[in-house]
Ligand binder design. Structure first.
Ligand code: SF4
Ligand code: SF4
Length: 614
């Protein structure tokens, strides 16, 4: 394996105390099977998964519990075998503190496996077989972003990738889940890399790892000897500096390229994958195991037995804290993730999710709660620390003052919420909380604007429909009056004929009483007007016109129903609604024409039938 030490820095960054030694001394262990798991249906970026099981169903480990339409989220699988005992909202380990729909399984203690297909000789399998195996594995980015891996892969294959970056930086203090995974399963990691290389065909493979993980690097170096990747994979050893594992920072460190604001790595032909995700990807293909477990670091000075455990998803956090021998007397804060990007939990009554890489239980001295917020003294330290070259103090002023649009203009969206600015702020301003609040407000504002646009569109469409209906009614009224006048004239002519025995030419009478109608579309074989004029309009032709009118009426109903559905679909765009509105109008016009033709033909027929016998 080629190794390179990277010395080029990225802008800003900090080096807080690492505290990694607490949890990286013991080997990776496997947590006991939980008696009950709570699997949230919101464990990934994207749409909520939809349950396909019911309360009372017996399920096996790995069985699909909830699915997502392709390209919209990630599936959820049973992490233990047993019985589904509830499908209901449960508290979600998330900064919002909200509940999420969840599936609860009580274990039968068997851990019997769902028979997923395996592909141990995946080198012989086609790309389509591999992709099909991965599509339903429920994989997400295990570094914390929880973006569905399948969607990322699809995009990368469509776009084409030049560089595949394996993110082994794990730069956040305390967390050692990836470190221990690399030490314990380097062969699985290499197989995961080889699989992705096969699917994406990148020109280069780069692995970025901080220099505080020599054991992991050595394990990979040993495993790669004689491996097909030996001459392909380049390990880039980075100086330990937070947040070197941020996607854009890692890309800059490894390739020297900066991902421009508003762009994605894929726009530069680069894809980053976390080591945990690659091992899970390998297990999905080779073992046929969907994502049902992950490595979680249990650490902090308030636990007596820190380390890393392979944990089934949905396991109660309280059970893990027991495993790590948490000391309730000492515990001050329980954090999901690390001290920089993590969030506090108010209790241990939550459950492990796909994105949960660490549980940190700290003492009051170890990680004191921030002191009272002081005014900004414009010292500029936050600006020096920001790895994205933002102006954190300016963003703070805008966010605190409610000037969210201005914060947006200052590239608030580029903020990766790394917390480096807040870490160095002498005024103890919780800067990231201000940024999150501003981002939430902007999302809400955009959603409100979209709702208002839709409401306006609906109002205008309704107004146009009412006007059109009124116009159509008026046209029909006029047509009826005209037809009645013609009918009266025909009657008068008929009675005059009866009084006057001189025969009048029948065709002339028919021609004067029949209202000209446009040719019937598709259904009538001959124009009814011509038939009426010749006195030969028969039942068959009238029937065809009636069928044409009925078909046009059905088409209108269908189009209106689709439009109504679009109005209640949150994802429907104004363009889609407008397009459907036009379809409705076209169908209504078609119906009006069909009705008019039928009416004309019926009147012509009636007039013809009233002619005196020749
Ligand atoms: S570090 Fe804190 S006090 Fe200093 S400029 Fe930034 S926000 Fe203001
Ligand atoms: S949290 Fe945002 S503003 Fe603060 S340092 Fe990180 S990227 Fe910059």
């Amino acid at each position: 394996m080629i190794q390179q030490t990277i010395s080029r820095p990225f802008h800003g960054g900090i080096h807080p105390p690492e505290h990694k030694h607490l949890s990286n001394q013991a080997p990776l262990r496997t947590a006991p099977l939980p008696e009950e798991v709570v699997l949230s249906l919101v464990q990934h970026a994207g749409r909520i998964a939809e349950p396909i099981v019911q309360v009372g169903d017996r399920v096996q480990t790995g069985q699909l519990l909830a699915g997502c339409q392709s390209g919209t989220g990630a599936c959820i699988h049973a992490s233990i075998s047993g019985e589904v005992i509830a499908i209901e909202p449960r508290p979600m380990a998330h900064p919002s503190g909200l509940t999420a729909p969840s599936i609860v399984i009580r274990s039968d203690g068997q851990d019997s496996r769902w028979p997923w297909p395996t592909l141990p000789d995946w080198q012989q399998a086609s790309d389509q077989q591999l992709l099909a195996q991965l599509e339903h594995a429920g994989l997400v980015g295990l570094g914390g972003a929880t973006f569905p891996t399948w969607i990322k892969l699809e995009g990368a294959r469509k776009h084409g990738i030049r560089t595949l970056i394996i993110n082994a930086a794990e730069c956040e203090p305390y967390i050692t889940a990836d470190d221990l995974l690399m030490r314990s399963r380097p062969e699985a990691l290499l197989e995961g890399i080889a699989l992705l290389e096969r699917l994406l065909q990148p020109e280069q493979l780069l692995l970025g790892i901080e220099d505080n993980k020599p054991e992991a690097l050595q394990a990979i170096a040993q495993a790669i000897a004689g491996h097909a990747l030996e001459s392909r994979l380049k390990a880039c050893v980075l100086p330990t500096r937070y947040p070197s594992g941020g996607e854009k920072q890692l890309i800059q460190l490894l390739t020297g390229q900066e991902v421009p604001s508003g762009k994605l790595p894929i726009d530069l032909g680069i894809l980053c994958q976390n080591v945990g995700t690659l091992v899970a990807l390998r297990d999905a293909v080779v073992l046929g195991q969907p994502l049902i477990e992950r490595v979680v670091t249990l650490t902090g000075q308030a636990v007596r037995n820190p380390g890393n455990w392979l944990v089934r998803l949905g396991t109660p956090i309280s059970q893990l804290l027991q495993l790590a021998e948490a000391d309730p007397e000492q515990a001050e804060r329980l954090i999901v993730g690390g001290p920089m990007m993590g969030f506090n939990l108010d209790s241990d009554q939550y459950h492990v999710t796909k994105g949960m890489n660490c549980l940190l239980l700290t003492t009051a001295e170890e990680l004191p709660l921030p002191g009272p917020e002081q005014p900004c003294i414009r010292c500029g330290r936050c600006e020096d620390a920001c790895p994205v070259r933002l102006l954190p103090q300016q963003l703070y002023f805008y966010a605190a003052g409610g000037a969210f649009d201005k914060a947006e203009q200052q590239q608030l969206a580029d903020c990766i919420e790394c917390g480096a600015c807040a870490w160095v702020c002498p005024s103890e301003i919780p800067l990231v909380q201000y940024y999150r609040h501003a981002k939430d407000q902007l999302i809400r504002k955009r959603a409100d604007a979209r709702k208002a646009d839709l409401a306006k569109l609906r109002f205008e469409a309704r107004k146009a429909r009412l006007e059109r209906e009124e116009q159509e009614k008026e046209t029909k009224r006029r047509a009826r009056a005209e037809a009645a006048a013609k009918m009266a004239a025909a009657k008068r002519a008929a009675s005059e004929t009866a009084e006057n025995p001189t025969p009048a030419p029948a065709t002339a009478a028919a021609t004067t009483t029949a209202t000209p109608a446009p040719a019937a579309e598709n259904t009538a074989s001959a124009p009814p007007t011509a038939a009426a004029a010749s006195g030969s309009l028969d039942d068959k032709q009238l029937k065809q016109l009636k069928i044409a009118r009925a078909a046009a009426a059905v088409a209108v109903k269908k189009a209106e129903k689709t439009l109504a559905n679009l109005h209640t679909t949150p994802d429907a765009t104004p363009e889609q609604i407008q397009e459907q509105q036009q379809r409705v109008e076209a169908a209504q016009q078609q119906l009006a024409r069909a009705e008019q033709r039928l009416q004309d033909a019926e009147q012509a027929d009636a007039a013809t039938s009233q002619e005196p016998d020749r």
